[in-house]
Design a protein around this ligand. Structure first.
Ligand SMILES: [Zn+2]
Length: 228
């Protein structure tokens, strides 16, 4: 019961929260084939989220009637919807739309892809860089699509470990390359702001397939190339 919506107009990818969903079915990015499935009952969902935020504000002892908070529930609901818009996108579909036949068979690496995600345990942000590489086996994919796939998975509630593997698996499944390597380095606000309060800790995760796991030299080349 979902309607497929394809965006019409180009807007910058760094957009404000209110330009996304649901009113006006806004574009979420500047990509030509950014497919977003907007649920039919989208405004009902937003209404429910807005009410829930009001309850949370009351729970922390706030006065939901004071001026500064009047529109906060709606803003938070829309902002959450933006931050989790990856649920409305199919990453494998996105890759399938940008495949090209090429004989190039060396490593393709896109490094330093910014990621902004939210941990599923605390719904607090974690953010950092992703590095994605693959070795084609007859097919290459538009380079921006690698960054886009990272984005689709990151814009969901995540743990960094699963995020890393999902990116690898989507690329592996669609391109069927000779191997995929993904490394993510991120800082987690749930560690920085609460709990252990380790301000500068960085978590690194990796997921490899094919030659990246079987060949020491391929893995070594990948890790050498992503060094800052
Ligand atoms: Zn957390």
């Amino acid at each position: 019961m979902k309607s497929k919506y394809m965006k019409q107009e180009k807007i910058p990818s760094a957009i404000s929260e209110n330009s996304l969903l649901p009113s006006g079915l806004g574009s979420c990015c500047d990509d030509d084939d950014c497919l977003i499935d907007i649920p039919e009952n989208d405004s009902l969902i937003i209404d429910g989220m807005r009410d829930a935020v009001s309850v949370m504000l009351e729970g922390i002892g706030e006065d939901t009637g004071r001026e500064g908070l009047l529109k906060t529930p709606e803003r938070v609901a829309k902002s959450l919807r933006f931050l989790t818009k990856g649920y409305l996108q199919d990453p494998e579909e996105l890759l399938k739309n940008a495949l090209f036949t090429e004989s190039y068979d060396e490593m393709v690496l896109v490094k330093d892809i910014d990621i902004f995600s939210m941990c599923e345990h605390h719904m607090l942000p974690f953010f950092g860089k992703a590095h994605v590489a693959y070795i084609p086996d007859g097919k290459i994919v538009g380079l921006s699509k690698l960054a886009r796939v990272v984005e689709v998975f990151a814009r969901r509630l995540q743990v960094q470990e699963r995020l890393t593997q999902q990116i690898r698996d989507a690329i592996q499944n669609v391109l069927k390359p000779k191997g995929v390597g993904v490394v993510i380095e991120a800082r987690h606000m749930c560690m920085v702001m609460r709990g252990v309060e380790k301000l500068n800790s960085v978590t690194t995760t990796s997921a490899m397939s094919g030659q990246f796991s079987s060949s020491q030299s391929t893995r070594g080349e990948f890790l050498r190339l992503i060094k800052p």
